[in-house]
Design a protein around this ligand. Structure first.
Ligand SMILES: Nc1ncnc2c1ncn2[C@@H]1O[C@H](COP(=O)(O)OP(=O)(O)OP(=O)(O)O)[C@@H](O)[C@H]1O
Ligand SMILES: [Mg+2]
Length: 238
C-alpha cells in the first residue's frame, strides 16, 4: 500500500533522513521505533507531503506521491494524527470530530455513521461530546485526536507517538484502541519510543537510528533482537 524507497530528507543543508526504505501492506500495523531525534516525525511529515524528499520515492497504492501537495495526499486516503495530540482546544469534542470529517462533509449519512462508530469505539468521547477539547485529560485528547483522524475514512492511518506524555494506564488504553482500529480493517503506520507496547500490536517493525533504518523484521523478530532489547525495551543490565 505504502512503499518508501531510499528517501533522503534535509532541513536546509542538514540531511536528517538517509536512504530510508520501508513498506506498509494493506491490513498491517507497522511500527518504526526510534529514540528522540532519530527522525520519526520527519519521516511522517515526508510521507504526508509536508516535507519533500531530496532523493528517493514514495508510492501510495502504486502512485508516486513524492511531489504531491499535502492536501492532495490527504484526499488519497492518508490521515495523520500528529505528535502532541493537536486537538482544537476551544472547540467541543463533537466539533473536533466534525472538523476531522471535512472530506466527507457532503455525505451526511457517512458522516453520521462515522460519528456513531467513533462514539462506540471511544465511549468517553460520547460522554464528553459537548466538553471543550482543551479541558480533556491528556489520554482523552489523544483518543480524540485519533478519532478525528479516523473521521475521513483513511485507508492508511499514521500515528506519531500516540503514547507520548501519557501515564502508563492511558498508554494501554490507547494501544487497545489502535488494536481495535486495526481489527476493523484500518492499515496503520505508527512511530514510537514505547517499543514494548507498540511491538505487541504490530505485525512488522523497523528500527530507526539517527536517520537510517538499522533493522527491520516481523514484530517478533525485532522484539527478540538482543540490540533492541538492550536499547529500546529497558532490559539494560548495569
Ligand atoms: N524544522 C527543523 N529544522 C531543522 N532541524 C529540524 C527541524 N525539525 C527537526 N529537526 C531535526 O531533525 C532531527 C530529527 O527530528 P524529528 O522531529 O524527526 O525526530 P523524532 O524522532 O520525531 O524525535 P522525538 O521522538 O523527539 O519526537 C532532530 O535532530 C531535529 O533537531
Ligand atoms: Mg517526533
Amino acid at each position: 500500500m505504502l512503499k518508501v524507497n531510499a528517501i533522503n530528507v534535509s532541513y536546509g543543508k542538514v540531511e536528517i533522513i538517509k536512504q530510508v526504505s520501508f513498506e506498509v501492506n494493506q491490513g498491517e500495523v507497522v511500527v518504526i521505533i526510534g529514540a528522540n531525534g532519530a527522525g520519526k516525525t520527519t519521516i511522517m511529515k515526508t510521507v504526508t507531503g509536508l516535507l519533500k524528499p531530496t532523493q528517493g520515492e514514495i508510492m501510495f497504492e502504486g502512485q508516486t506521491i513524492s511531489r504531491t501537495p499535502a492536501e492532495k495526499i490527504v484526499k488519497l486516503g492518508l490521515a495523520m494524527c500528529p505528535e502532541g495530540r493537536q486537538v482544537f482546544p476551544q472547540h467541543t469534542v463533537y466539533e473536533n470530530l466534525v472538523l476531522g470529517g471535512y472530506l466527507i462533509r457532503k455525505d451526511k449519512q457517512m458522516f453520521l455513521k462515522n460519528i456513531e462508530q467513533m462514539y462506540s469505539l471511544f465511549p468517553i468521547l460520547k460522554e464528553r461530546s459537548k466538553q471543550f477539547a482543551g479541558t480533556l485529560s491528556g489520554g482523552e485528547q489523544q483518543m480524540l485526536a485519533i478519532a478525528r483522524a479516523m473521521m475521513s475514512n483513511p485507508k492508511l492511518l499514521l500515528l506519531d507517538e500516540p503514547s507520548a506524555g501519557l501515564a502508563p494506564i492511558y498508554v494501554k488504553g490507547i494501544f487497545d484502541m489502535i488494536r481495535k482500529l486495526s481489527e476493523q480493517g484500518t492499515t496503520i503506520l505508527l512511530v514510537e519510543q514505547m517499543a514494548n507496547m507498540a511491538l505487541k500490536i504490530a505485525n512488522r517493525a523497523y528500527v530507526l537510528e539517527t536517520g537510517r533504518i538499522a533493522l527491520g523484521g516481523t514484530a517478533e523478530e525485532i522484539m527478540n533482537d538482543p540490540k533492541v532489547v538492550e536499547s529500546y525495551l529497558g532490559a539494560k543490565k548495569y
